[in-house]
Design a protein around this ligand. Structure first.
Ligand code: SF4
Length: 92
């Protein structure tokens, strides 16, 4: 988490109050393209997009959109997160 507790960043989310079904679906299975686009409209203007993405990575979340990315898209960033974590350890 980037300096904010879990509860704090969620309160600032652009998707606060939006039905969870807009963001959580099994994207390993075919999902409705319009649902994904609707979710990304919120993420695109979200002030806590990084915290959300980091939360999904730290908790190994395998479904839905977090940080503006689908599960498949997030998998591509796993290496970058590991590098960031290692650099952080090395600098402390
Ligand atoms: S990045 Fe998207 S899914 Fe994550 S909190 Fe923001 S609007 Fe919600």
């Amino acid at each position: 988490m980037t300096g904010m507790k879990k509860e704090q960043w969620r309160k600032q989310a652009a998707c606060a109050g939006v039905p969870i079904t807009v963001f959580i679906f099994d994207d390993e299975v075919k999902y409705h393209k319009d649902t994904k686009l609707q979710a990304l409209e919120y993420c695109d203007q979200c002030p806590v997009i990084w915290d959300c993405l980091r939360f999904a990575y730290d908790n190994n979340i395998q479904h839905g959109i977090y940080g503006g990315l689908t599960t498949k898209e997030r998998r591509k960033f796993r290496f970058q997160f590991r590098v960031l974590d290692q650099e952080k350890k090395n600098n402390t």
